[in-house]
Design a binder for this molecule. Structure first.
Ligand code: GLV
Ligand code: MG
Length: 325
């Protein structure tokens, strides 16, 4: 290990993160009773400019009055380039009670964006005597944000997670998309001809670079990487495929833009019984090896070493967190 150690963000489940428009309070109670690990009440893109003040009032009432149970509760504020952001932060933190856990900052472009918010939130916390420190979720969804992602990830001790905002990212990079967060069937490679003269077209994942880059920046700074929206909520199979590839790369979870995506997120970002049993066997085998003074052993014909233990420990720790839920 390096002598440089990132301090891990507070341990929270983040398998499913439900987006709820702040202008639609009828959805709040249902969101609170859902199985989502995290709920974010949205003041940004789901709210039209004329509705911003009303949505802000709804969200403040919801923080104060609704029983959010064991959920992590977040509010997505407006961007730093808008005339709404300062009031989102001031009103929500001054008038919304201590139940709020996180603020989600959209379209973060530079480390200074995070610094500015940190300064504002710190002043409000000090002035109002808020007891619970607010954490930050940062959406990486512009070319600028992706360029500066490593500095952004390290910009504040409030940072807890990075989110891939694929819809705005596509707009910012001028990528050609078909469905929010899905593949584009034209993005792929054509194989050389086989002996029989046949060629295959292999679809690729046009988001691979962005997602993988975000996972590295997040993990290097002790943060949770979270995959963003999948727009076609009637396509559970499509959601599964995109969520699985995010989980395989190391993401902690994925957004749910519709309640039907919550159970899928919880399932796909939880270790399976088989994976947990496998991890426990690895830990037991390594305990045995330690007693016998060995650094590495074979289990089921495969090498198990200290890196395998670390992977197994991560998996078992997540399973425990889920079991406590
Ligand atoms: C989320 O905000 C996105 O733009 O995908
Ligand atoms: Mg966005």
């Amino acid at each position: 290990m390096s002598f440089t150690q990132a301090e891990p963000a507070p341990a929270r489940l983040n398998r499913s993160e439900l987006a709820v428009p702040g202008i639609n309070p009828k959805l709040f109670e249902k969101a609170a009773r859902s199985e989502a690990d995290v709920v974010f009440l949205d003041l940004e893109d789901a709210v039209a400019p004329d509705d911003k003040a009303e949505a802000r009032r709804n969200v403040i009432r919801a923080i104060n009055e609704i029983d959010w149970g064991a959920k992590t509760l977040s509010v997505r504020i407006n961007g730093l380039d808008t005339p709404y952001m300062y009031r989102d932060v001031v009103d929500v933190l001054e008038q919304g009670g201590e139940r709020l856990d996180l603020i989600m900052i959209p379209k973060v472009g530079t480390a200074a964006d995070v610094y500015a918010l940190d300064m504002l939130v710190t002043q409000i916390e000090q002035a109002t005597g808020r007891g619970k420190r607010i954490g930050f979720e940062l959406i990486i969804e512009t070319a600028l944000g992706m360029q500066n992602i490593h500095r952004i990830a390290a910009a504040s001790r409030r940072n807890e997670s990075l989110h891939f905002g694929v819809a705005d990212y596509a707009a910012s990079t001028k990528a050609k998309t078909v469905n929010i967060g899905g593949p584009n069937p034209l993005y792929g490679v054509l194989t050389d001809r086989s002996e029989a003269g046949a060629r295959d077209f292999h679809w690729g994942d046009m988001w691979h670079y962005a997602l993988a880059r975000m996972v590295v920046a997040a993990r290097a700074n002790g943060l949770r990487p979270v995959d963003g929206p999948f727009g076609d909520f009637s396509d559970a199979e499509g959601y599964r495929a995109q969520a699985n590839r995010a989980a395989i790369l190391g993401c902690e979870g994925k957004w749910s833009i519709h309640p039907s995506q919550i159970a899928l997120g919880n399932e796909l970002f939880s270790p399976t019984e088989k994976e947990i049993a496998g991890a426990e066997r690895i830990l037991a085998a390594m305990e045995q090896a330690k007693r016998e003074g060995k650094g590495a052993v074979a289990l089921d014909g495969k090498l198990i070493d200290l890196a395998s233990i670390r992977q197994a420990e991560v998996l078992v720790a997540k399973a425990r967190l889920i079991a406590r839920r």
